[in-house]
Design a protein around this ligand. Sequence first.
Ligand code: IMP
Ligand code: MG
Length: 172
Amino acid sequence: MTATTPLIDPHETQAQIKRLARRISRDYQGRNLVCIGVLKGAFIFMADLVREITLPLEIDFVGASSYGAGTDSSGSIKLTKEISVDLQDKDVLLVEDIVDTGLTLEHLVAYMESFAPRSVKICALIDKHQRRKTDVRVAYACHVVEEGFLVGYGLDHNEFYRNLPGICRLDP
Ligand code: IMP
Ligand code: MG
């Protein structure tokens, strides 16, 4: 196991989630909100976020895998779980752990749009800028970081570290 260095205090993450949930609750008032978590990385963020949103909403998950056993994007995205709710005329909020190159979300937004929703927006725990290759728009971001490989609070490296309570940097 590689050593990790704490990067973001879990209390700061919770405070940010409350702020985001307040904005989302305002922005989606009177709409048909469906929160779709991107497995596996978003499972903890999703659980904390939806409990702070004060609107009626539906929940589903989509499985996407873009990384092999490394820290570089493989560029090819594999769908590991399809959605199971009807999205027609609904307002989809894709809840993702981290946006890096943006290739995964570009792929997932297109997948969602094939079900004729009313809108599709992105909510990310971490918006990581340095390696962005697409122009996906992150409507709601909890934390913005420039670079580095992050683990914890759902984020993994080779499937480990997801259970760390806070977001950490994987030491080089
Ligand atoms: P993208 O397609 O390059 O935007 O990568 C998105 C996916 O890669 C995320 O859903 C994560 O699963 C994974 N990923 C990207 N950066 C990191 C990181 O710093 N730590 C852990 N996983 C990451
Ligand atoms: Mg991952």
